[in-house]
Design a protein. Structure first.
Length: 401
């Protein structure tokens, strides 16, 4: 398929809208820890139940990614949207740990189907020379729910008997999502793209590719990046309550607005500046923000830490995804982009578990220090990545001679 030079075509914009609606159904669970507490779920299970939706997502990414192609992606996105529509109201009826586990696993399956399908379709539309801009804009669609949903739910919460109403409302957003998928599929059929044979990669090839040191290191960095963020995100309400504030307020709104501003207006930067340097800057500023939050006692100080994290993480995803796209061989570009989504889900699973563990044993200050430690590990990994990439480039140069 000839890739369009114009990045902002209908399919790309529709895919971004679809991933936005999908992530509204992830970020709505920012208060799930308190919801589980309210329905009587034991403390030792809460962190696991928050993160376990990612287990299903991880399993599908590991086993099914080679079989997802731009041709069949709309069909599986449709299945995922329907499944999310079913999961939303299920929180009214799931009141035991086992029932919550079942709903969370189904939720994770739906997230896989939608996120992997969106990534597969998007990669097929990216002009190679504009990968940084593409992932920058795509990540804006992922980030907007983090700035909108918690604030909106905080306003609606006093009017609702339970957070389950918020979860149901978020699932209904997939109704227009169904229409978007159908439109994308229709355009594919009209242009003959759905019928074109797709070269598939075997599971063994995918695993060998993922084990290549530079690829594995980028996946590890993305996992650390998400662990640091998600461990705070799902513990944030408790953190604010422990400091005497009733809700997270505009904490994530400030953070996400900074990230969106950087990615929307600095998108050309991601194709011109060293991506490894931007990744390192992300971890440095994020570590500083966690340390600032640990010493914060006033709301404005917490908001200042949010600002620092927003600036730092504004460079994160576009640089990580763009770098992976750049170093990936052509036949593995789609696979590796989906492996990045896999590492994101690993982080989304490990983050709440790690956050609940750190909070249980060291309190919220200990959690923030632990997150700063995760960022310090990420900083070290960026130096290893630069060394690994230099070795690969030297080897390729020697072979070319």
């Amino acid at each position: 398929m000839t890739r369009p030079k114009n990045l902002l075509n209908f399919d790309f914009v529709a895919i971004c809208l679809l991933i936005f609606l999908t992530y509204c159904n992830i970020t709505v669970f920012y208060n799930l820890y308190q919801f589980l507490q309210q329905i009587g779920i034991a403390q030792q299970w809460r962190g696991f139940l928050i993160g376990c939706s990612s287990l299903a997502t991880i399993a599908f990414f590991l086993l099914a990614s080679p079989y997802l192609t731009p041709g069949n992606a709309p069909k599986w996105a449709l299945v995922g949207a329907v499944l999310l529509l079913v999961c939303g109201p299920a929180y009214f009826f799931a009141t035991s740990a086992v029932a919550i586990l079942a709903v969370r696993l189904a939720n994770g399956t739906a997230v896989y189907l939608l996120s992997a399908a969106c990534m597969t379709m998007m990669v097929s539309h990216i002009p190679p020379e504009r990968s940084g801009q593409a992932f920058s804009l795509y990540s804006v669609a992922l980030l907007l729910p983090y700035s909108i949903v918690p604030a909106a739910c905080g306003l609606a919460a006093p009017l609702l008997p339970s957070a389950a109403y918020e979860y149901e409302a978020a699932s209904l957003l997939l109704v227009p999502g169904l229409a978007l998928v159908l439109l994308i599929a229709r355009r594919q059929r009209k242009e003959g793209r759905a019928d074109k044979p797709q070269a598939r990669v075997s599971l063994a090839d995918m695993y060998r590719n993922a084990a290549a040191p530079p690829i594995a290191m980028v996946l590890l960095l993305n996992t650390l990046y998400i662990i640091a963020f998600s461990s705070l995100f799902f513990m944030a309400k408790g953190l604010f309550l422990s400091r005497g504030f009733q809700d997270v307020g505009y904490y994530f709104t400030i953070q996400m607005c900074c990230m969106i501003f950087i990615r929307a207006f600095g998108k050309h930067l991601f194709d011109r500046v060293s991506k490894v340097g931007l990744i390192r800057l992300t971890f440095v500023l994020s570590a500083l923000s966690f340390l600032l939050a640990e010493h914060s006692t006033e709301l404005w100080q917490l908001y200042a830490s949010s600002l620092a994290m927003g600036i730092g993480m504004g460079f994160g995803s576009p640089a990580l995804y763009g770098y992976m796209f750049t170093i990936s061989p052509p036949r593995f570009k789609t696979i590796n982009s989906n492996l990045m989504m896999l590492s994101l889900q690993v982080g989304n699973f490990a983050g709440p578990v790690f956050g609940a563990w750190a909070m249980h044993y060291a309190g919220y200050n200990g959690l923030l220090l632990a997150d700063a430690g995760v960022c310090a590990v990420g900083i070290g990994c960026t130096y290893v990545l630069r060394h690994l990439r230099a070795e690969v480039e030297a080897e390729e140069f020697a072979q070319a001679r």
